[in-house]
Design a protein. Structure first.
Length: 242
């Protein structure tokens, strides 16, 4: 499992093997590491130099020999934390920077990561209001329940109001009871008009979620398409059951 964690952080197979060997045996010469890992001597220095450049290990002299060691495993965490902070700043800069396009933009994702990423984007965008048709029973197939609870609290703190059109089920009736505490208003649609997917509308975005098969998400940015969908939502809202 440790190997998998390191590889998720971007370690190659050889970097993973070398890092874990140093963690196990402590400060070692390159020749010792090459023998234990069975990595060729011609390659071991390249890998060690890569880890040194990433500031994940250190080297020191003892007599005529050079030794390599891990000085602090916490660097793995701190470096990823710094990357995350940098990524967040970059996203904010890009979102606030002028755009040279005013037309259509479409993002298409398959799998759980993309599905969750589109949901998280709502919090990052912080619209004044989130509208949608929601298949509550199926939507949460792709969302961790604990994260959903945190997500809702963050949404409430951000002042994002929600209006949702739902199909009437036991789950949605219980969901509706919490509206007053969730900065949310929900209504039920006519049972003749059932659907299996979820659609959210916010800030010129139309976002579609499908969890009936492979998790799929499509986000469309287009002011006029959004305006039309919002009008359709308002018509549905007016004639829905409170």
């Amino acid at each position: 499992m440790i190997q998998q964690y390191l590889q998720r952080l971007g370690f190659s197979d050889k970097e993973t093997l070398l890092y874990l060997t140093m963690h196990k045996i402590g400060p070692s010469a390159a020749s010792t590491l090459a023998r234990l890992t069975k990595i060729k001597r011609t390659s071991i220095y390249d890998i060690l130099n890569t880890l040194l450049e990433k500031n994940l290990i250190l080297s020191f002299k003892n007599g005529n020999n050079t030794y390599y060691a891990i000085d602090d495993v916490n660097k793995l965490f701190y470096q990823e934390k710094e990357k995350l902070a940098t990524a967040e700043k970059l996203v904010k800069e890009l979102q606030s920077s002028p755009k040279n396009w005013e037309g259509l933009q479409i993002n298409y994702y398959k799998g759980i990561e993309g599905y969750r990423e589109m949901y998280e984007d709502i919090l990052r965008t912080r619209p004044k209001e989130l509208l949608g048709w929601m298949h509550l029973d199926r939507f949460y197939d792709g969302i961790d329940p604990k994260r959903e609870e945190q997500w809702t609290k963050e949404r409430i703190r951000s002042g994002i109001k929600v209006r949702l059109l739902l199909q009437e089920t036991n789950l949605t009736r219980n969901f509706k009871k919490k509206d007053n505490h969730s900065n949310r208003e929900t209504r039920f649609i006519n049972k003749k008009f059932l659907f299996n997917t979820t659609c959210f509308l916010y800030d010129n975005h139309i976002v579609l979620f499908d969890s009936s098969g492979e998790l799929t998400c499509v986000r469309i940015h287009h002011p006029e398409f959004y305006k039309m969908q919002k009008q359709i939502f308002e018509m549905n809202w007016e004639f829905s059951k409170t």
